[in-house]
Design a protein around this ligand. Structure first.
Ligand code: PBG
Length: 332
C-alpha cells in the first residue's frame, strides 16, 4: 500500500506545533473538568468502619458516617455529582430493601441530601440487584426468568422512595423495557416532577462489571444477558434504545461501560438531544489499578488518558471511581 501524495499541503508539518509544551498547550482541546465527573459510592448497612473492596483498591463500602464525610470531601474537591449504591444486610426475592424508607440506600440518600442540599447533584441507583437474594436486576417469574412488567412495579416504588429521600436524579440501570416511562409516570403522579431520570441505555452485558459484584456483595450466579445488550449487536440497536429512553422521558442517557464502547458513545452523543454520560465501570478501574500496582502502566497518566478519550468520544458527564482524586489533582 502506498500513501497518497499530498501536493496540496506541501508544507504540512504537524510536529511544528508539538515542539514545546507551550505550543502543545495552546492547541490542546479536550479538557475534562471536575464538574463533569460523578463519583459512584457504596454504602453498606450494619458496618461501623469502611470495608475495603479487594478487587477495587482504594474503593470501599462505606458506613453511613464515612459516606457523608467522603461525599462532602468529594463535593468540596469540585466533583459534579454523586451516584449512590446501597448494600443491604438482608436480601429477599423481591428486593424489599429497595423501596423501604428505612433501607440502606434510602437512609443514606436522606442523610446526604440533608448534608449537601443543592450543592451537588445527588443520584441514586435505581435497580434491584443489590437488594435481591438471587442477584438479578428484577423479580423472577415462576420459571426463574426476570419478569419485566412485575419488575417495573418495583422500580416505580423504588423511584418514589428515592425521590422522597431527596435525590435530584434516579439512575434507571436495570435494563427492563419501559422502565423510564414507568418511573417518570410514578414520579409525576406523586408530584416529583423535578426529579430527573438518567436512562442507562445502552448498557451492555459486560465482563467488566466483575469487581462491582464484590462491591455490592452480589449473590448473582448466572448472567444478565436476557436484559442487558449484546456487545455484538450493531450500534443502531444502541441508538434505538436511546431514542426510546428519550421518548419515555430520560433527561440524560448513559453509555456503559465506557472504554470498550467509545464507538457507541460517539454515535449516541452525535445523535442524542439530551446530555450523554458514560460510566467508566469497576472493571475498567480495576484493570488500570492492577497494572499500575505491578508497575506495568503509569497510573496517573493512564487515568487522564482514559478520561480524555471518553470526553473526546462525546461524554458530557463521566462516572468514574477516580472522580474525587482527579478533581483534587486536576489530572484531566
Ligand atoms: C446494576 C448496576 C451494575 C453496575 C451499575 N449498576 C451492575 C451490573 O449491571 O451488573 C456496574 C457498575 C460497575 O461495574 O462499576 N445495578
Amino acid at each position: 500500500m502506498t500513501l497518497p501524495d499530498l501536493p496540496q499541503f506541501p508544507s504540512f508539518r504537524p510536529r511544528r506545533l508539538r515542539r514545546t509544551p507551550a505550543l502543545r498547550r495552546l492547541v490542546s482541546d479536550i479538557a475534562v473538568r471536575p464538574s463533569d465527573l460523578v463519583l459512584p459510592m457504596f454504602v453498606r448497612e450494619g458496618v461501623g468502619e469502611p470495608v475495603p473492596i479487594s478487587s477495587m483498591p482504594g474503593v470501599v463500602q462505606h458506613s453511613y458516617e464515612s459516606l457523608i464525610k467522603a461525599a462532602v470531601e468529594a463535593v468540596e474537591a469540585g466533583v459534579g455529582g454523586l451516584m449512590i449504591f446501597g448494600v443491604p444486610q438482608r436480601k429477599d426475592a423481591r428486593g424489599s430493601g429497595a423501596d423501604d424508607p428505612g433501607g440502606v440506600l434510602n437512609v443514606a440518600l436522606r442523610r446526604l441530601s440533608a448534608e449537601l442540599g443543592d450543592s451537588t447533584v445527588l443520584m441514586g441507583d435505581l435497580c434491584l440487584d443489590e437488594f435481591t437474594d438471587h442477584g438479578h436486576c428484577g423479580v423472577l417469574d415462576a420459571n426463574g426468568a426476570v419478569d419485566n412488567d412485575a419488575t417495573l412495579e418495583r422500580y416505580a416504588a423504588m423511584g418514589l422512595a428515592q425521590a422522597e429521600s431527596g435525590v435530584h436524579v434516579v439512575g434507571t440501570s436495570g435494563m427492563m423495557d419501559g422502565q423510564v416511562a414507568t418511573v417518570r409516570a410514578a414520579l409525576d403522579a406523586a408530584g416529583h416532577i423535578d426529579v430527573g431520570i438518567l436512562g442507562y441505555a445502552p448498557k451492555f452485558a459486560s465482563g467488566f462489571y466483575g469487581p462491582f459484584r464484590e462491591a455490592v456483595n452480589s449473590s448473582l450466579t448466572g448472567d444478565r444477558k436476557s436484559y442487558q445488550q449484546d456487545p455484538a449487536r450493531p450500534v443502531r440497536e444502541a441508538l434505538a434504545e436511546v431514542a426510546q429512553d428519550v421518548a419515555e422521558g430520560a433527561d440524560l442517557v448513559m453509555v456503559k461501560p465506557a472504554l470498550p464502547y467509545l464507538d457507541v458513545l460517539r454515535a449516541v452523543s452525535d445523535a442524542c438531544p439530551v446530555p450523554v454520560a458514560a460510566y467508566q465501570i469497576s472493571g475498567e478501574y480495576a484493570m488500570v489499578e492492577a497494572a499500575a500496582e505491578r508497575g506495568w502502566l503509569e497510573r496517573d497518566r493512564v487515568i487522564a488518558e482514559t478520561l480524555t478519550s471518553i470526553k473526546r468520544a462525546g461524554a458530557s458527564v463521566i462516572l468514574t471511581y477516580w472522580a474525587a482524586e482527579v478533581a483534587r489533582s486536576d489530572l484531566g
